[in-house]
Design a protein around this ligand. Structure first.
Ligand SMILES: Nc1nc2c(c(=O)[nH]1)N[C@H]1C(S)=C(S)[C@@H](COP(=O)(O)O)O[C@H]1N2
Ligand SMILES: [Mo]
Length: 381
């Protein structure tokens, strides 16, 4: 283990707060936060961009599935921010270790740590800004955040493997070495860890209410409040921002394509059997909110067009431009009786910002795929 230690440290860097034990204690929380964040991010990515073989296997239940996984994704990422800062502060003296490179192995190890640190900082920064709906970079968020996620997990696995002896030595509260001789500055470490724990608790409690609605009154740091918005539901992209004007009720048509295509007016749609469902909108950006939706079952609409039982459906918005104007769903979602073309929200007609006159609402589905201002349902072969 001595061989791993940098040879020369200025005195200020030698304290217990910069030792392997403190680094391990923080890593014990940071590692799991990263793992949860990675796995839930993977779920989110697969639901939004399913490979062909998965499309019809995506379950539409539990209805709150995506709400939970995406809530965990944003909460674990947020909690990782103070943890990562504390961890970097703990280990930064190693930056100045001398000589900087002792061997090829040491060089590779430092390189992997550099990748890990850069990737982790990148993921948490872009993710955090994404929850604030701010995209101040020239690249497309989703593919880059996703790719770097794999990079970080790879570098993390390597890092844990390299540090396994240190981690093992310092994992338990009292490893044999420290039991005999209590460190004179041990309370410092306890204070540091308590402060880090308090910071994690504070950022979590003041943000998690954006999806864990019983805690919504504690929201201080979250960019969104689940109650704010027309009809008590936040809006991600307004009708104005999407370039959709007020859609005229008389002119509106819903086109359903398939073996027996047909067209409905809004009056026709309102005259069809209406169903009530309680389903959340769970936005990838971290907020979610359940609401009561009323409308026509997508299943009924596509059956009328002669859709076979295993049909997939493409939902097309009247919005002309933008990434979220089209979404697709596999047959689990198409057949689910909770999947509606909704006309009403919380007892009243949809307002334009929520997709007037008709929007998709389906269980266990990312918010980006809950298409608003729907003009076409296409039955796919
Ligand atoms: N046509 C269209 N539908 C859309 C979007 C969009 O930009 N265009 N945004 C999506 C996103 S990101 C979310 S989170 C939900 C939000 O629905 P709400 O504004 O009714 O709460 O709508 C989705 N439907
Ligand atoms: Mo969203």
């Amino acid at each position: 283990m001595d061989g791993m230690k940098p040879r020369v440290f200025p005195p200020a860097f030698r304290g217990r707060l910069h030792d392997a034990r403190t680094a391990t204690a923080i890593g014990r929380w940071l590692g799991p936060a990263f793992v949860v964040c990675f796995l839930t991010g993977l779920v989110s990515h697969l639901l939004q961009h399913p490979p062909g073989w998965l499309v019809d296997r995506i379950p539409s239940r539990p209805v709150w599935g995506y709400r939970l996984t995406q809530g965990l994704h944003v909460a674990s990422g947020t909690a990782a921010v103070p943890l990562l800062l504390a961890k970097l502060w703990t280990v930064y003296p190693r930056l100045f270790a001398w000589p900087p490179l002792r061997s090829v192995r040491h060089a590779l190890e430092r390189l992997s740590v550099a990748v890990l640190v850069a990737g982790a900082v990148f993921e948490l920064t872009t993710g955090l800004l994404n929850t604030a709906q701010w995209y101040p970079w020239p690249f497309s968020f989703v593919p880059v955040h996703y790719a770097v996620g794999w990079l970080v997990v790879g570098a993390l696995l390597l890092h844990v493997a390299v540090k396994l002896p240190d981690i093992r030595a310092h994992w338990t509260r009292r490893s044999p070495g420290t039991l005999a001789l209590p460190a004179p500055d041990a309370p410092d470490r306890r204070s540091l860890l308590a402060a880090v724990g308090a910071a994690v608790g504070a950022v979590t409690l003041t943000t998690v209410g954006q999806s864990l609605t019983p805690l919504k009154d504690l929201l201080l740091l979250a960019p969104r409040h689940p109650d704010e918005g027309p009809q008590s539901l936040p809006v991600n992209r307004t009708a104005a921002a999407a370039g959709v004007g007020r859609i005229d009720a008389e002119e509106y048509r819903l086109v359903v394509t398939g073996p027996r295509p047909y067209t409905l007016t809004l009056a026709d749609l309102r005259a069809l059997p209406q169903h009530d469902v309680d389903l959340p909108i769970a936005c990838v950006e971290g907020w979610s909110r359940s609401a009561r939706w009323t409308g026509v079952r997508v299943r009924d609409l596509v059956e009328r067009a002669g859709a076979p039982a295993d049909a997939r459906v493409r939902v097309v918005s009247l919005q002309l431009r933008g990434g979220y104007r089209v979404s697709e769903m596999g047959h689990e979602h198409v057949r689910d009786p909770l999947t509606l073309l909704a006309l009403r929200l919380n007892g009243r007609e949809l307002v334009p910002d929520h997709g007037y006159p008709a929007r998709l609402i389906a269980p266990n589905r990312p918010g980006v795929l809950q298409t608003k201002w729907v003009g076409r349902l296409e039955v796919l072969a």
